[in-house]
Write a protein that binds this ligand. Structure first.
Ligand code: ADP
Length: 659
C-alpha cells in the first residue's frame, strides 16, 4: 500500500478507486469553476467600490478644497495654497497634483509625476473660481488631480489572488475531506460488496455479508438495503444450488438404479441367451449325434441292399430289395440334410482352400449326376465360357457342395428337357476373377412370390411340391449361407412352368494353369455315400477301374480295414472284395497295431472313432513305429470333418475320406 505522500499514491488511488477519484474530480471541477466565478464577481464589486471611493474623494476635494484654494489664490497666499494642496495629496491613491494659474507664472506640482504622464488626459480637473460681488465668477486657475490607478489595480489583483488561492485551497481540502468521507462511507463498502458478490460467483462460501466498521442503523440506509439485497440473493442462490444438488443426487440415484436394472436385465438376458445357446447347441449336437447314429446302421442297410442287388435274386426278391435300397437312400438324404442343418446352426463350415480347375470341378459335379439325368431322360450339359481363367484357388469343397445341391434340385424338379451348368467370367483383374456359376433347367419353375423366400431355411414352394418331390427345404439355405461366407451373392430367375436359373457369383484367386492331376481334383469324386481317395497309391496292383480310383495295377491291392462297427465293416469289406481287393479286417486300434507290425499293406482304411485308442492315435503309432507300414497311405473314414479335426488327422499322417 502506497503512502499518501508518495506521488504514485494518487494514480494508484485512481486505478483502485475509480468511483472515488471520479467524484473527487467532479467536486474539484465544480468547486474551482464556482471559485473562479465567485472571485470574478467579488473582484468586480471591489473594483466598483474602489471607483466609488475615488469618486467620493473627488467630491470631497470639490466640496472641501476647491473653494478654499480659489480663495487662497485670490489672496495670492502661495503658502496657504501649498498647505491646502498637500492636504489634498494626503488622500489615498492620489499620485500627484498640479495647479495651473495665470496668477503665477509657474505651475505648482506636488507628488511624483511619472515620466510619460499626460496631465490633461490622465487627471481629473477642478476649476478654481472665485466669486466677487463686483466681477462675479472669475476663473483663477485649474487643479489637476492624478489618481494612482496602478496601486488600485494592484490592490484589486492582490485581493483577487488571495481570494482565489484561499478558496482553491479551501476547496481542495474540502474535496479531500469529501473524498475521504465518500471512501469511508460509500466506496469501500461498495468495493467490499463487489468482492463478496464475486466470491459468491466463484462459488466460495463465506457466510452472509456484513460490512466492517458500519454499524447497522435503526433505519437501514441505502447501503444496508444493498447488503440485505445481496444476502437475499445469496440465500436464493444457495437454495438453488442445494436444490440442484438434490436434483443431481436424485438423477444420479435414478441413473444408478437404471444402470442396476439394465445390468440385471443384461445379465438375465445374457444368461437366458447362454441357456438358449447351450440348448440350441445341445439340440444341434443331439441332431448331429442322432443323425450320425442313425446313419451308421442306415449305411449298413444301403450297403447290404446294394450287395444283395449285385447278387443273384429272383424277380420278387429283387423288387423288395430295390424298395429297401430306394427307401433307405431317401432316408439317408433326409438325414444328411438334418446333419447339414445342425452344422448350419453351429456355423457354416467352409472347407479349406486349394488349387483347382473350374472346368474339372463343373464336369466332375455333372458326371456325378449323369446317371440320374440319363434315368430321367434329361440332357445334362456343361458350358464353360472360354474367357474364364480355369486355374483357381479357393474352397473347392464348398463350390462342389453348392453346385451339387443346385444340380440335384434342377434334376429333381425337371421332368423333361435339359439341365445345364454354365460358368462365365464377370471380371478378371490382378490375380483375381469374379466368376458366375449358373444351373439352368427346364423344370416346373418357381412362382415370383417365392423366389426370394426359398433361400430361407425350411422353405419350400408349396405343400403339393413337398408331397411330390419330398425334401427338407434346407439345401438352398445352406448354399446361400456358404456363398455369403465366401463373399459372394446368390439368386434365382424363374418362370413358373418354364424353368429356373439359379446363379451365384464369387471372387476367386487365379493361379497359373497346371494340369488337372496337380490340381488335387479327382474325377472319381463322388457323392456323400461313396469313398474318395485323395493322393496316389503305388501303381503296382489292381487290374480294373473301381470306385476308389483309376489305377492300373498288376496284383490286387492289399487293404487293411480298421472298423469297429460290424455292419460297416461287413459292407466295406464286401464292396472292396467285390472290386477285387484283398481285404483284411480288424476291429480296434490294438489289433491294427499288431497286424501292421509284420504285414505289409498297400492301403489302410482307418475309422477315426475307435474304442480305447482312436484312429488318430493308431495312425501316429504306425507312422512312428518304423515298421513295414510306416509309409503306407492311411485314409480316415469319418464324418467329423471340422477344420481343426482335419488338421489333426493330417498332422497324424492321415489322408481324408468323407463317408
Ligand atoms: P428341398 O429341395 O430339400 O426342399 P431346397 O432348399 O433345396 O430344399 O429347395 C427349396 C425349395 O425351392 C424346393 O422345395 C422347391 O420348391 C424350390 N426349388 C429349388 N430348386 C428348384 C428348381 N430347380 N426348380 C423348381 N423349384 C425349385
Amino acid at each position: 500500500m502506497l503512502h499518501w505522500n508518495n506521488p504514485k499514491f494518487f494514480f494508484n488511488y485512481k486505478n483502485n478507486h475509480p468511483l472515488g477519484s471520479r467524484i473527487l474530480l467532479w467536486i474539484l471541477i465544480f468547486s474551482l469553476s464556482f471559485t473562479f466565478i465567485s472571485t470574478t464577481i467579488q473582484l468586480y464589486y471591489d473594483y466598483r467600490k474602489e471607483v466609488a471611493q475615488i469618486e467620493s474623494r473627488f467630491e470631497l476635494i470639490r466640496s472641501g478644497y476647491v473653494d478654499s484654494l480659489a480663495k487662497s489664490l485670490w489672496d495670492l497666499d502661495r503658502e496657504q495654497v501649498r498647505v491646502q494642496l498637500e492636504g489634498v495629496l494626503n488622500f489615498p491613491d492620489i499620485r500627484f497634483l498640479k495647479l495651473e494659474s495665470s496668477i503665477w507664472s509657474e505651475n505648482i506640482i506636488l507628488g511624483s509625476v511619472p515620466q510619460n504622464s499626460d496631465f490633461v488626459d490622465d487627471s481629473s480637473r477642478f476649476e478654481l473660481i472665485h466669486h466677487t460681488p463686483l466681477k462675479g465668477d472669475q476663473l483663477l486657475g485649474t487643479l489637476f488631480v492624478n489618481i494612482d490607478y496602478d496601486a488600485v489595480y494592484g490592490r484589486l489583483w492582490g485581493t483577487g489572488l488571495i481570494t482565489v488561492f484561499s478558496n482553491t485551497l479551501f476547496i481542495f481540502l474540502i474535496s479531500i475531506a469529501l473524498m475521504i468521507i465518500v471512501q469511508l462511507k460509500v466506496t469501500r463498502y461498495l468495493e467490499a460488496m463487489a468482492l463478496y458478490t464475486r466470491q459468491i460467483g466463484r462459488g466460495e462460501e463465506n457466510g452472509s455479508l456484513e460490512l466492517k466498521h458500519k454499524p447497522r442503523s435503526a433505519r437501514p440506509d441505502e447501503l444496508d438495503q444493498v447488503v440485505d439485497a445481496i444476502n437475499e440473493m445469496r440465500s436464493a442462490i444457495l437454495q438453488d444450488i442445494i436444490r440442484r444438488e438434490q436434483d443431481q443426487e436424485k438423477l444420479l440415484y435414478s441413473r444408478d438404479q437404471l444402470q442396476e436394472i439394465v445390468k440385471r436385465r443384461t445379465e438375465s438376458l445374457q444368461s437366458a441367451k447362454e441357456v438358449a445357446e447351450t440348448a440350441d447347441k445341445a439340440k444341434s449336437q443331439f441332431l448331429a449325434t442322432m443323425s450320425h447314429e442313425i446313419r451308421t446302421p442306415l449305411n449298413g442297410v444301403i450297403g447290404m441292399a446294394q450287395l444283395l442287388l449285385n447278387s443273384e435274386l429272383d424277380g420278387k426278391n429283387r423288387e423288395y430289395i430295390e424298395g429297401i435300397y430306394q427307401s433307405s437312400t431317401i432316408l439317408l438324404e433326409t438325414l444328411n440334410n438334418v446333419l447339414d442343418y445342425a452344422k448350419l446352426v453351429e456355423g457354416v463350415h467352409i472347407p479349406e482352400s486349394v488349387a483347382f480347375r473350374i472346368d474339372e470341378l463343373s464336369k466332375s459335379v455333372a458326371l456325378l449326376f449323369t446317371p440320374l439325368a440319363t434315368e430321367k431322360n434329361l440332357s445334362l450339359n456343361v458350358n464353360i465360357d472360354p474367357a474364364v481363367h480355369n486355374m483357381c484357388y479357393g474352397s473347392v469343397g464348398a463350390l462342389r457342395q453348392i453346385l451339387s445341391n443346385l444340380l440335384a434340385n434342377a434334376l429333381k424338379f425337371t421332368q423333361e428337357g435339359s439341365v445345364e451348368i454354365s460358368v462365365s467370367p464377370v471380371w478378371l483383374y490382378e490375380g483375381k476373377q469374379r466368376v458366375c456359376f449358373q444351373v439352368e433347367d427346364t423344370g416346373i419353375g418357381i412362382p415370383d412370390v417365392l423366389q426370394t423366400r426359398i433361400f430361407e431355411r425350411f422353405t419350400q414352394a408349396d405343400e403339393s411340391i413337398t408331397r411330390r418331390f419330398g425334401g427338407t427345404g434346407l439345401g438352398l439355405a445352406i448354399c446361400k449361407k456358404m456363398v455369403d461366407s465366401l463373399g459372394g451373392k446368390m439368386g434365382v430367375k424363374s418362370e413358373e412352368g418354364k424353368g429356373s436359373r439359379f446363379w451365384f457369383e464369387l471372387t476367386l484367386d487365379t493361379q497359373e494353369d497346371i494340369s488337372a492331376d496337380q490340381a488335387g481334383i479327382s474325377m472319381s469324386n463322388s457323392s456323400s455315400t461313396a469313398i474318395r481317395v485323395m493322393g496316389a497309391i503305388e501303381p503296382n496292383t489292381p487290374s480294373k477301374d473301381h470306385a476308389v480310383g483309376v489305377y492300373k495295377k498288376s496284383r490286387p491291392l492289399h487293404v487293411l480295414l480298421v472298423e469297429d462297427v460290424s455292419i460297416n465293416r461287413q459292407v466295406a469289406e464286401a464292396f472292396l472284395s467285390l472290386e477285387g481287393y484283398e481285404v483284411f479286417c480288424v476291429v480296434d486300434g490294438k489289433e491294427a497295431l499288431e497286424i501292421t507290425q509284420d504285414q505289409k499293406f498297400d492301403l489302410i482304411l482307418m475309422d477315426v472313432h475307435l474304442p480305447e485308442m482312436s484312429g488318430v492315435e493308431v495312425c501316429q503309432y504306425i507312422r512312428e513305429s518304423h515298421s513295414v507300414n510306416t509309409d503306407t497311405p492311411i485314409i480316415a473314414l469319418t464324418a467329423s470333418v471340422q477344420p481343426k479335426e482335419v488338421e489333426q488327422y493330417k498332422r497324424a499322417g492321415m489322408r481324408l475320406s468323407c463317408p
